[in-house]
Design a protein around this ligand. Structure first.
Ligand code: FEO
Ligand code: CA
Ligand code: CA
Length: 649
């Protein structure tokens, strides 16, 4: 999700760190470059390929595909020799008995049984459970948000919140959440299995349970739920993750946009302000449903902004909001298992100047008994990242009673620290980042990749080693190196993700390497490649441990004049940081949800908000239907090689 919701604007911090401390932490541009180089040198010392970032080598990438045309178009662009099959679009049937899509006859009941809007995170979960099947599985797809101006005639971005009817609001609520699809490949073609017993829709009205330390707290109670443990729905699910025990984690990101009324009039005024709530709701649902009116239900926003866990293999399971992982604009949640079985979850808070988080479970995962895991994510320690110059960083715990997280600062107990995670992180001196999007540990090397999508508000004199460009119009990718993962050839199991201190590098600074004004940094040969990327968002790894990067430039897409899409690069060897372009989204769309099948022969991608910036009445593309009267539709595309080889080979 991008610019419309001002992710790029930092939130004022009424209780933020002192200016003196911030100034002490800020470095000038010269020192910034020193820090960047020091990060690289640090990596060399630590055993990574010397000069990893600024390599002078002439060698090339291990990725063998050729790039499609790197230009914005009405249609998507697939690498030569590959096929891009549209698997499912907004409005297509998911549940048995769902009506076929008819844009002129939308209603909440139909939408609640059909594929939702703005597909984002995806997970391919093999069938049978626990297998490595690559031609049969569940495709789990989040629906991040809706765009009334592209769903109905007569609406614009400016008028939608005011004009949306109750019937339309109810369609929008039903178009949120998640879809679970059973899919099968026969020959070269993927298809959704109609009427599958696994098929499920989670919507903005699905009952969910709150668990963990904040569940049942007074600040989570509403008139409809005096227990503070039962919530209706999930909203703005952006990226996500899969647990080692085969459940799916989805992340509630820009939850502030759903609420109307004046937050300053409530007892939660400071908290709501810190989460970005304002009287100006993006949706206007609050005029039709009291729970979205903060003046009537000041606790309702506190029931969103969490990580939600559900079991995709059990269509009757109740999704659970895991409060131990903190409340902020969660971009995603990705897991690693420590040697002793404890589980680590990484998550970014996607807003300019927000933070990077890590959770370490108290309990242990037993791979011999994966079904024995129930509530592992309810107990553990949440920490936040503090980056330092010279390529080091530390994790600072957010534990009630420790350091500044006490009653003196307004925290009455552990629940307050979790409900107001951002404020707790401010107080322990976390490093404000340039919009942390996806954060993923490599299942091959154990190093962790942090996509920072950019921050146009960062001032040139307010850069730091880990956010070295101000303003940062193009974003960058930071590589975290836990102890044990320093050397090339280390395996993921060696990585001590629970350590207090890590090392880090900048993998790349996005932008056009041919334009010195961009300050881009890639592999030395990037300019010869003829492609570049901006605003890295989601990341995924192929079986060889290479990094696949999806991008979301938001409203900068037209200005940058390059498509959003899938890009990929090596992380080790002479091609490290040499980015290739694999797939281009149609005009206006961002790229989400890259998910490989275990055999790497299919890459599922989610095309989100095609035609953004235009309206139903005058769409800038009609992808993927290209039929008069049918607006652009967010859709999932299955990318395969025409010779059935492995993607990227
Ligand atoms: Fe929903 Fe941070 O992109
Ligand atoms: Ca995004
Ligand atoms: Ca995203």
């Amino acid at each position: 999700m991008n610019g419309f919701d001002s992710d790029d604007l930092p939130i004022a911090r009424p209780h933020g760190p002192s200016l003196a401390r911030l100034n002490a932490e800020r470095m000038g541009r010269r020192e910034m470059m020193t820090g960047l180089l020091a990060g690289t040198a640090g990596a060399a010392v630590a055993g990574l390929a010397p000069g990893a970032l600024l390599a002078a080598t002439r060698d090339s990438s291990t990725l063998t595909f050729r790039s499609p045309k790197h230009a914005i178009g009405d249609d998507h662009a697939v690498a030569p020799g590959h096929a891009g099959q549209v698997l499912i679009r907004w409005g297509d049937p998911v549940l048995a008995g769902a009506p076929a899509f008819d844009v002129t006859k939308q209603d909440a009941a139909a939408q609640g049984a059909q594929f939702g809007y703005n597909n984002d995170f995806m997970a391919f979960m093999p069938l049978p459970r626990g297998s490595n099947a690559s031609d049969h599985g569940l495709l789990c797809v989040s629906h991040e948000y809706t765009m009334a101006e592209l769903m109905w005639p007569g609406l614009t971005v400016q008028t939608r919140a005011e004009k949306v009817t109750r019937a339309q609001a109810d369609v929008e609520i039903a178009a949120h959440g998640h879809s679970i699809l059973e899919i099968k490949k026969s020959g070269a073609a993927w298809a959704v299995v109609p009427g599958s017993r696994f098929a499920r829709r989670l919507t903005g009205g699905t009952e969910m349970r709150l668990s963990g330390p904040a569940a049942g707290h007074a600040r989570l109670k509403t008139k409809a739920d005096p227990s503070g443990t039962k919530v209706l729905g999930t909203f703005n699910n952006c990226a996500g993750g899969v647990t080692p025990w085969g459940t799916v984690l989805i992340a509630e990101e820009n939850i502030n946009t759903y609420f109307g009324g004046e937050p300053a009039m409530t007892d939660e005024a400071a908290n709501h302000k810190r989460m970005g709530l304002s009287a100006c709701s993006r949706y206007g649902w609050w005029r039709h449903h009291d729970r979205f009116n903060v003046e009537k239900e000041p606790g309702e926003p506190n029931r969103f902004g969490w990580i939600v866990e559900f079991d995709p293999y059990d269509p009757n399971s109740v999704p659970v909001k895991r409060t131990a992982l903190g409340r902020f604009k969660h971009e995603g949640a990705t897991c690693a298992v420590l040697r002793d079985g404890r589980v680590v979850v990484y998550s970014g808070d996607d807003q300019a100047g927000e933070y990077l988080y890590r959770f370490v479970s108290e309990g242990r995962f037993d791979s011999a008994n994966p079904a024995g895991v129930r509530d592992l994510l309810d107990k553990g320690t949440l920490s936040v990242a503090k980056f330092k110059a010279g390529g080091t960083m530390e994790w600072r715990p957010l534990v009630f009673g420790q350091g500044p997280l006490t009653a003196a600062n307004g925290f009455a107990g552990p629940a307050d620290v979790l409900i107001e995670t951002r404020r707790a992180a401010d107080l322990v001196g976390a490093t404000p980042m340039d919009r942390p999007e996806d954060v993923e540990p490599s299942p091959r090397s154990g190093r962790v990749y942090v996509a920072l999508t950019g921050n146009s508000t960062r001032k040139a004199d307010a850069t730091d080693a880990a956010n070295p460009r101000g303003p940062n119009a193009f974003g960058h990718i930071v590589e975290l190196i836990p102890p044990g993962a320093e050397t090339e050839g280390a395996t993921a199991a060696d990585a001590r993700h629970d350590a207090e201190r890590f090392r880090w590098n900048v993998l790349l600074m996005a932008g056009d390497p041919k334009n010195p004004a961009h300050g881009a940094q890639y592999h030395a040969r990037q300019a010869e490649e003829g492609v570049w990327l901006a605003s890295p968002d989601n990341v995924a790894f192929d079986e060889k441990g290479r990094l696949w990067i999806s991008t979301d430039q938001g409203s900068a897409q037209a200005k940058n004049n390059i498509p959003d899409g899938m890009y990929a690069c090596d992380l080790e060897g002479p091609g490290r940081g040499l980015v290739k372009f694999f797939y281009g989204c149609p005009r206006g769309a961002e790229m989400c949800g890259p998910a490989f099948t275990p055999d790497n022969r299919t890459l599922f991608v989610a095309v989100q908000h095609p035609g953004e910036g235009s309206t139903y009445d005058a769409p800038s593309t009609r992808w993927p239907d290209f039929k008069a009267g049918v607006p652009p539709r967010p859709a999932v595309v299955a990318l395969t090689r025409k010779d059935n080889g492995k993607i990227g080979s």
